[in-house]
Design a protein around this ligand. Structure first.
Ligand code: SF4
Length: 495
């Protein structure tokens, strides 16, 4: 439990927490509405441990076991320590300085890290779901617990995209909608599975870093490319082994004999007729409706997207492979005397190419990016002149991290950032019932730059001063995350 907290007000043993606008009155031994603060013997305490990242642990050093009350804090102050905002506490209203403003000598340069658990009313989640299965029409509402919490947005290559949360769902609708939105965002950000229902679409279970489950079926692979790209990639491997190939795809279905790749290899016409809209030779749109069948279409029978073969061109015995973009669905056919496709066993040499398509499909995952905007009020906990912090971030003098994880800061105004939640330590996110999400945010910069931007210099304390002044949990730094505290992080730093 960290001990740097806003001053509590005690009446009859109860404490008023003023760490957020809810201003809970907390009885002795009880916790506030967000379960983040509690009244412990008349003292307002932050319930969770304050997380510090430790590089030594990441490099295979001995982990310091964390037990409430018996850790002596000896790693604090080492060169491989980074103070995160996880469990650090929130200040409200925001003219108060951030809970921790910690200085440290890094490679002979005085650095400072300003940490706070920010309350984000303007925040949400962008979910990338690796599947070609149809989740729902663009702009359809996405629901959790029956409430609208977001919508389907523009699909990407091999992935469906959802935009969830945002201020309108959090605060602009009913209380129930706000609560359902906050619950879903919190669970997604903390790595838990959430079931989402799309209007006129599918039910999908989404969990950061895990395979999505669409209508109860776990997705295994994302497609190697669209149908046309798959034709281009594998045309040579089919040459001589089959007369024509159709790669079924909801976006672009490819036909080998018509496609440029087939033409260059000298593959003759086969008289095959596709349904759908011909875009360019060998590339067809809308061969079926979107769905959860072959290649993200709604078909279960691939022959349903073919018209009759042209009798002037096709011939009995013509060999046809039909396959989806993931290799998950496939069928091999030969034309009979009246040019009707008859299904046969897949020849071994074609089975190899289907397996090759599968092999080239990466595992399907769900990716969750938390996106939030550090408002002027949050920034004032860092400096008395908040716009200077924004400029300092844009000028790359200040590094922004979320629980020590790297973030992408959007160009343009404000400090709007995105972070991959799987790179943030576990359970780093919280909430307050306004409703809003609580997310850790750290600003690291040179001490001289901090002074220049009007930082709260009177509140700067050395890293070593944290030793033993409260419970902190050392967590190994992820090896794939850059170390957040380095003078060189500021590309145009001076001093
Ligand atoms: S919701 Fe949490 S942070 Fe807000 S006043 Fe209550 S206990 Fe404090």
């Amino acid at each position: 439990m960290s001990d740097i907290l806003p001053p509590p007000r005690s009446v009859d043993g109860k404490i008023r927490c003023d760490a957020c606008p809810v201003l809970c009155i907390i009885r002795p031994g009880a916790a506030g509405a967000c379960d983040r603060y509690a009244n412990r013997d008349g003292e307002l305490v932050r319930v969770d441990a304050h997380v510090v990242l430790d590089r030594t642990l990441a490099k295979g050093g001995t982990a310091v076991p964390f037990h409430h009350g018996d850790w002596d804090g000896t790693i604090i102050g080492g060169p491989g320590t980074f103070v995160t905002a996880i469990g650090a506490g929130t200040t409200y209203p925001d003219y108060k300085p951030a809970p921790f403003i910690v200085s440290a000598d890094v490679d002979g340069v005085d650095m400072v890290t300003v940490v706070t658990e920010g309350i984000f009313s303007y925040c949400g989640v962008k979910a990338k779901i690796d599947t070609d299965r149809f989740l729902g029409p663009e702009r359809s509402l996405v629901r959790a617990q029956g409430e609208a919490i977001g919508h389907v947005t523009t699909g990407e290559y091999g992935s469906q995209m959802l935009s969830l949360g945002g201020v309108h769902h959090l605060t602009g609708g009913s209380k129930k909608e706000g609560r359902a939105t906050c619950d879903a965002l919190l669970d997604l950000c903390n790595g838990k599975a959430v079931e989402l229902m799309v209007d006129e679409g599918a039910t999908v279970v989404v969990q950061a870093g895990q395979a999505p489950v669409v209508n109860g079926v776990q997705e295994e692979r994302m497609r190697v490319g669209c149908g046309s790209a798959t034709i281009g990639m594998f045309a040579k491997q089919w040459e001589g082994k089959v007369d024509d190939v159709v790669v079924v795809d909801d976006h672009i279905t490819g036909v080998l004999s018509e496609h440029q790749a087939g033409k260059l290899l000298g593959i003759p016409d086969t008289g095959l007729k596709m349904k759908g809209r011909r875009s360019t030779p060998g590339r067809y749109f809308q061969v079926a409706e979107p769905g959860t069948g072959w290649g993200g279409t709604n078909i279960a029978d691939p022959l349903s997207i073919l018209g009759p073969f042209d009798a002037k061109v096709a011939w009995p015995g013509l060999r046809l492979l039909m396959v989806s973009t993931t290799g998950e669905h496939f069928g091999y056919f030969e034309l009979d005397e009246v040019l009707r496709p008859v299904e046969r066993d897949l020849p071994v040499d074609l089975a190899v190419s289907v397996e090759r398509i599968r092999e080239n499909c990466e595992p399907a995952l769900s990716t969750i990016l938390f996106m939030g905007g550090a408002g002027g009020s949050l920034r004032s906990g860092v400096t008395e002149n908040p716009v200077r912090l924004t400029r300092s971030v844009k000028d790359a003098l200040t590094t922004v991290t979320c629980g020590g994880a790297p973030v992408f800061v959007w160009p343009g105004g404000g400090i709007t950032f995105m972070v991959d939640v799987t790179r943030v330590p576990e359970n780093a996110f919280g909430y307050v019932p306004t409703p809003a999400l609580v997310a850790p945010i750290e600003f690291s910069l040179r001490l001289s730059d901090y002074a220049a931007l009007g930082g709260h210099m009177d509140f700067v304390r050395p890293l070593s001063s944290l030793d033993g002044d409260g419970l902190r949990q050392p967590v190994p730094q992820r090896v794939d995350n850059p170390w957040p505290l380095a003078p060189s992080n500021g590309r145009r730093s001076h001093g």
